[in-house]
Design a protein around this ligand. Structure first.
Ligand code: ADP
Ligand code: MG
Length: 699
């Protein structure tokens, strides 16, 4: 629909996975909302809506209706009165101390250490203590119930009521107390997991120094315009993406690339926001600001990574929805069969559904956050999951396996055209091509100081070459298929020259359908490739295949030296077809490319990995995983991260399942008094956190 738009709305107060689900449902139910994604980690909702049917106040009302809030910059939140705040804190402190003391007393009684003095407290007094201690929780439960929602708290409250019914008021108070403890545990866990993402945002500078009408002004980064000149002093973070127009500095680009070795930059260099200038000042012309910078995009994608949920999480979410009714059923059975209200209360209390909902996202968030700090942009748990089971790795050649900086090694002029003219015509035709081979041709012409012409009617033909009108003549530069397709040209001299046998890529140059020369380009294999491929193979990608638009002989030579399969003479659409072919045969395909001319194949693969994506918008958008620096060792690294993450996820789920199963069984059989059940339910979150935190650590 053309009249739809996507808006982002911040949401406050969500501290459990269940909460995000409630907000999601509330917004989705509004008329005019097409889709909505609620992000627990970045505390926002991304909504696709029809602005004619739904507006911000309506959304805010819906969100507030389920107990959360939408902060506004326009209308300030009513600040709680200092006294109110103070009373609340005192009450909370009282609740904690009282709950803890009571817990000790009741456990002591149960072990027979003290006399059973809680039994002697009159019943109405006990009831009053429960109500005072638990009123905030009860209030929430009543609110949720009125909206037809069942939460873990609903069951626990029922448990507390059951305990109360048999006169165990102290048990009821302790249950309420541990509900709060459980909330804190979950809140703490989610907060910790969010931190990896928040740390990332904290690295973008807030202020920029701009030169306006000859004087320097400190302005918030949001106010810098594209094209303005920004000044950066030693030790400062660079506020924008841009081009250096003055000064020299060493720049630590670890924020973007994960590489700690600083790089030297000077006039003409491209530079990224959030990187750190050391030793030296710079004048930069801003090319991208705010969310359009490479760093801005990375942050946004990391924040939204939750939208690409892993299949395991979908299953866990579906299971969570069933879990509470199942627990209620077990409690009912316990009561019917064993007629034991305390055991029934224990069953209701021991159930903690949040742990299931947290098991996957906590681990994914940890890995994605840690990855982003090391130059690995992972766009969602889904891709880590797919990577962990991938068995086919497809690799693009030019710019991916090779350094991507090919050089023209030979020029073979034909039909009496001077060597320099061949090169000048080719370089002019290639002037606006982004292909690495085009850059090689331009560089060769630059080296010889040849004048370039401004091409007219430039056309890039993916996988084949370019065509342009140069100086009034129609020039084509490309491989044999492109040139031969034009007219039955005699390509024999080039083939007889033996250049291809040396592993060189041939670029044929034709003018008005007549061959005027052949250029040979050599490109060097990235040195870390062989070891990285071996590592990836050991990590599960047993079938590795080179896909290239280059010719058969070159592909064969390279593939043989690497010990991989290959297919040559491919057009971009052939690469997509090959990905589909593997998928149809049940394989999970990972494709590594440069992300520029192979973006469609990257998108088609289960996991598309783009190399050296920093600064190339297309690659960052197209790939599922973007490697911010040109380093093949990152490929096995991301496979390793994926496998570790999935191991942690599986352990989290297994642990939660076992814990709850044992807890429920013990409770139903009457071996677990409600008081211990209440204490037990707050622990799995912390177990999940401890297990998942392993993913935050660098190896
Ligand atoms: P790969 O699959 O190896 O990355 P591409 O699909 O990018 O290769 O290109 C395949 C072939 O098409 C190249 O080897 C080259 O012969 C030709 N080609 C593509 N773009 C250009 C260009 N701009 N100039 C000359 N030749 C090109
Ligand atoms: Mg390529």
């Amino acid at each position: 629909m053309p009249d739809q738009q996507t808006v982002e709305v911040p949401i406050k107060g969500m501290d459990c996975a269940e909460c995000a689900l409630h907000v999601q449902q509330a917004i989705a139910a509004l008329p005019g909302v097409e889709s909505v994604n609620v992000f627990l980690s970045s505390e926002k909702a991304v909504i696709r809506l029809d602005p004619a049917l739904v507006d911000l106040p309506t959304i805010r009302k819906a969100v507030e209706g389920v107990g959360y809030s939408v902060p506004t910059s326009a209308t300030a939140q009513p600040t709680p009165s200092p006294l109110g705040d103070f009373t609340r804190r005192v009450l909370a402190l009282f609740g904690i101390v009282f709950g803890a003391v009571l817990f000790i007393v009741v456990v002591g009684e149960w072990l027979g250490l003290f006399e059973a003095f809680t039994q002697r407290v009159p019943w109405p007094l006990g009831l009053a203590v429960v109500l005072i201690g638990g009123y905030p929780v009860f209030l929430n439960v009543v609110r949720a119930t009125l909206k037809g929602q069942i939460t873990s708290h609903t069951l626990m409250t029922l448990g507390a009521l059951a305990a109360l019914a048999v006169g165990e008021w102290a048990t009821a108070v302790v249950v309420v107390f541990f509900m709060r403890v459980g909330d804190y545990a979950e809140n703490f866990t989610t907060e910790r997991a969010r931190r990896a993402v928040k740390d990332l945002t904290a690295m973008s500078p807030q202020m920029a120094r701009v030169e306006r009408r000859g004087t320097e002004h400190e302005v918030p980064v949001g106010e810098v315009q594209v094209g303005e000149t920004v000044i950066v002093r030693p030790g400062e973070r660079i506020p924008v993406d841009g081009e250096v127009i003055g000064g020299h500095a060493t720049v630590d680009q670890a924020t973007i690339t994960g590489e700690f070795m600083p790089v030297e930059v000077g006039p003409g260099a491209r530079i990224f926001a959030a990187t750190l200038a050391r030793l030296g000042s710079l004048r930069i012309r801003a090319t991208h600001v705010g969310p359009d910078t490479t760093f801005g995009r990375v942050v946004k994608m990391v924040e939204e990574a939750e939208a690409h949920r892993a299949e395991v999480q979908r299953i866990a979410d579906r299971f969570s929805a069933w879990y509470l009714p199942i627990v209620a059923g077990i409690a009912a059975l316990t009561f019917l069969i064993r007629r034991d209200p305390l055991a029934t209360a224990a069953v209701l209390v021991v159930a903690c559904s949040c742990a299931f909902a947290l098991a996957t996202p906590i681990a994914m968030l940890a890995s994605i956050g840690a990855g982003a700090k090391r130059g690995l942009l992972i766009k969602g748990g889904k891709y880590l999951e797919a990577l962990a089971r991938a068995d086919v790795l497809l690799i693009d050649k030019t710019g991916t396996l090779t350094l991507g900086r090919p050089q023209i090694s030979d020029i073979l002029p034909l039909n009496g055209v001077p060597e320099d003219d061949v090169l000048a015509l080719a370089a002019s035709a290639e002037r606006y091509s982004e292909h690495p081979l085009a850059e090689a041709v331009r560089a060769a012409a630059r080296e010889r100081g040849l004048p370039l012409y401004e091409p007219e009617q430039f056309e890039a033909i993916p996988g084949l070459g370019v065509r342009a009108r140069v100086n009034g003549g129609s020039i084509a530069v490309g491989n044999n298929r492109m040139i031969a397709a034009g007219a039955g040209l005699n390509l024999a001299p080039a083939f007889e020259s033996g250049l291809e046998a040396q592993g060189k890529t041939l670029l044929f140059v034709a003018r008005e359908g007549e061959l005027v020369g052949v250029l040979a380009a050599t490109d060097t294999l990235r040195p870390e490739v062989p070891a990285s491929l071996a590592a990836v193979r050991a990590l599960g990608a047993r079938h590795i295949e080179l896909l290239t638009g280059d010719n058969e002989r070159i592909a064969a030579a390279l593939a043989e030296s690497l010990g991989v399969h290959y297919r040559a003479n491919l057009l971009p659409e052939d690469k997509i077809a090959i990905v589909r072919e593997y998928q149809a045969n049940g394989h999970a395909v990972v494709m590594v490319g440069d992300g520029v001319n192979d973006a469609p194949a990257l998108a088609q693969a289960e996991v598309g990995i783009a190399m050296g994506a920093a600064g190339t918008d297309v690659a960052i958008e197209a790939a599922h995983i973007a490697l911010m620096r040109d380093d093949w060792t990152l490929v096995p690294e991301v496979f390793r991260i994926a496998r570790r993450t999935m191991r942690v996820v599986k352990l989290n789920i297994a642990f939660t399942a076992a814990y709850n199963l044992i807890g429920l069984s013990l409770a139903a059989l009457g071996f677990l008094p409600p008081i211990f059940a209440a204490a037990a339910q707050s622990l799995p979150d912390l177990g999940i956190l401890a297990n998942s935190s392993r993913l935050l650590r660098q190896k």
